[in-house]
Ligand binder design. Structure first.
Ligand SMILES: Nc1ncnc2c1ncn2[C@@H]1O[C@H](COP(=O)(O)OP(=O)(O)OP(=O)(O)O)[C@@H](O)[C@H]1O
Ligand SMILES: [Mg+2]
Length: 169
């Protein structure tokens, strides 16, 4: 299961929630919790090194939105973006690792993704000045000693803190 540290409200960067999981199943449970509150216009920026678990988290979140535990969710490493449509929500999964200039994101359906659904973004630093300021930021850290353990740090506008608080992650 996961342990949870609450909250450090009022800090400058609004780093409001830290959750540690023991394994990938814990990551999937956390992703499913976030899936419950995700709506049209939401953007989640996933930060973390290669292999941190950004795609694993997105895959679990998308499967929860689709309500299909075995749904095929490949990393959009080469397509850069992939759209998933559920009855109640469309989710676009971006991996911007190989994107050159920030403006290229508009060719990937960036505006439609946010206007018509929710966007999950791996390697959001590639957006530079186009990085949405109202996004939920999720930083994933590896554990030096436990291969499958991860720490998830949520930050962003305090509006997000309230929304996550309501579902008691
Ligand atoms: N608790 C965990 N949460 C997520 N992934 C885990 C966990 N434990 C082990 N893993 C493994 O770590 C790897 C994470 O890979 P993943 O592709 O999700 O990383 P990524 O952050 O998307 O990397 P990249 O920057 O290359 O896109 C997978 O092989 C996954 O099985
Ligand atoms: Mg990835």
């Amino acid at each position: 299961m996961f342990s949870c540290e609450f909250p450090r409200m009022g800090t400058g960067d609004h780093d409001f929630l830290t959750i540690s999981v023991d394994d990938e199943a814990g990551t999937a449970r956390l992703a499913a919790q976030l899936a419950r509150v995700l709506g049209v216009g939401d953007v989640v920026l996933l930060q973390g090194t290669l292999g941190a678990g950004k795609t694993a988290f997105c895959r679990a979140l998308i499967r929860a939105v689709l309500d299909e535990p075995e749904a095929l969710v490949a990393s959009p490493t080469f397509t850069f973006s992939q759209i998933y449509s559920a009855d109640h929500l469309v989710v676009t999964h971006f991996d911007l690792y190989r994107m050159g200039e920030p403006e290229e994101v508009f060719d990937l359906g960036w505006d439609d993704a946010r206007a018509e659904g929710a966007a999950l973004v791996e390697w959001p630093d590639r957006l530079r000045g186009l990085r949405p300021t109202d996004a939920l930021i999720l930083a994933i850290d590896l554990d030096a000693e436990r291969e499958q353990a991860r720490t998830f740090r949520f930050s962003g506008p305090l509006d997000w803190a309230k929304r996550l608080g309501e579902v008691r992650l």
